[in-house]
Design a binder for this molecule. Structure first.
Ligand code: GLA
Length: 440
């Protein structure tokens, strides 16, 4: 090849590297946010099977959860992955250096558990750590990435949650997470890769989200969720404070992970459970429940299986929503959906008083163009209600309980859009209207 041709190729390669969009991890997985169940928040590191056989971390727990997932409509609703978290392995690797499950609590081994899940049309997730130990002190994968990835693939595992405790130097986090991503890819098995890389890196520097998105299918940014309103709002506030950095990197194949859904446990009221579900759906978050599906109250079950909410979560456009207004103790969050639709959440952040009314005129939303000239409004939460066709300038009132959320879907109705002078006139009247001043 001539020198000039070579340099022409270099120029083309150089230019295309510059203009090609950054791609998320391309393993064909997590094209919509992952749905499933993960043991940590509810069952933690309970390894005492002698006194608490019903709740301890053992193969029985995952098999029972899988049975219920099939029997009670969870699988049908879209929940697919049954995921093991920390505390599953034996304290020592086997003679060939492989991780092994605790023999007393997992007598059948992980392969048998994966087969069990697959026989029910479900998938199995497992947990490991990029450092020398897991957060609960079990063996970590540092120095064993290839063999661990191979072992998980041989067992038939479908998802790996890779934690970030006990890394001897934080500067090794990036290469650790990237090397495990490669090791998983090299196994030839499709294994969804759930990372905690940014959460651990934030303690030292702002993470490189482009690299993270190219390495992981989802990534934890912030502290572990607890079963409390304080924890849920802490996650929402952190997300809103960092939205300009983290929202643009989310999309099919790679998602921000605000941690598990704790709906159906002990700490959230009915309204707070609705807020967690609505906002996780707006954030295009993985829907990984951590609760006891064998014993869950019907209201929480209905909320988690609400098909309108799940269809927003799984919307094919795959765009994460964000907070667009914070006013008078209310927050407005919006997520663009396919077909020019929009999901809109209004949270009442006030923790005193009764239900409060939020005045809503679609023209005042940042994405008002989605509704020019008319749109159909459907309320999904607190209860399903068709609110009918509204013009850009109709005044809707949404009633929201303290710590609760109203979730609406706004769909465009074809018509002739407003002309500029018409719109200008309407905006002028709106501005003069005191009841609407909240959004101006
Ligand atoms: C960390 C993770 C949690 C959980 C525990 C297990 O705290 O962030 O999600 O996996 O470790 O020890």
């Amino acid at each position: 090849m001539s020198g000039s041709m070579l340099s022409a190729i270099h120029v083309i390669l150089g230019v295309s590297a510059f203009i090609l969009p950054v791609r998320p991890l391309d393993n064909g997985l997590a094209l919509t946010p992952t749905m499933g169940w993960l043991h940590w928040e509810r069952f933690m590191c309970n390894i005492d099977c002698d006194t608490d056989p019903h709740n301890c971390i053992s193969e029985k727990l995952y098999m029972e959860m899988a049975d219920v997932m099939v029997k009670d409509g969870w699988k049908e609703a879209g929940y697919e992955y049954v995921c093991i978290d920390d505390c599953w392995p034996s304290m020592a690797r086997d003679s060939q250096g492989r991780l092994q499950a605790d023999p007393k609590r997992f007598p059948g081994g992980i392969k048998k558990l994966a087969d069990y899940m697959h026989s029910k049309g479900l998938k199995l997730g497992i947990y490991a750590d990029v450092g020398t130990n897991t957060c609960a002190g079990y063996p970590g994968s540092l120095g064993h990435y290839d063999i661990d990835a191979k072992t998980f693939a041989e067992w038939g595992v479908d998802l790996l949650k890779f934690d970030g405790c006990y890394m001897p130097k934080w500067t090794l986090l990036a290469e650790g997470y990237i090397n495990m991503s490669r090791a998983l890819n090299n196994t030839g098995r499709s294994i969804l890769y759930s990372c905690e890389w940014p959460l651990y890196e934030w303690q030292f520097q702002q993470p490189n989200y482009t690299a993270i998105q190219q390495t992981c299918n989802h990534w934890r940014n912030y502290a572990d969720v607890f079963d409390s309103w304080n924890s849920v709002t802490g996650i929402l506030d952190w997300t809103a404070d960092h939205q300009s950095l983290i929202v643009p990197v989310a999309g099919p194949g790679g998602w921000n992970d605000p941690d598990m859904l704790v709906i159906g446990n002990f700490g959230l009221s009915r309204d707070q459970q609705q807020t967690q579900m609505a906002l996780w759906v707006i954030m295009a978050a993985p829907l990984l429940m951590s609760n006891d599906l064998r014993d869950i109250d019907p209201t929480s079950q209905d909320l988690l299986q609400n098909r309108h909410l799940i269809s927003i979560s799984q919307d094919p456009l795959g765009k994460q929503g964000n907070r667009t207004a914070k006013v008078n103790g209310f927050e407005v969050w919006q997520r663009p959906l396919s077909g020019g639709r929009l999901a809109l959440a209004v949270i009442n952040r006030q923790e005193i008083g009764g239900p409060r009314s939020f005045p809503l005129t679609l023209a005042l939303l940042p994405s008002w163009r989605c509704c020019n000239l008319q749109c159909n409004v459907t309320q999904i939460l607190p209860q399903y209600q068709e609110m009918g066709v509204h013009s850009l300038f109709s005044k809707l009132q949404v009633l929201v309980n303290p710590t609760g959320t109203a979730l609406l879907v706004v769909s465009p109705v074809k018509g002739k859009p407003y002309t500029r002078p018409q719109a200008k006139k309407w905006f002028y009247y709106l501005k003069k209207d005191k009841s609407q001043s909240i959004l101006l």
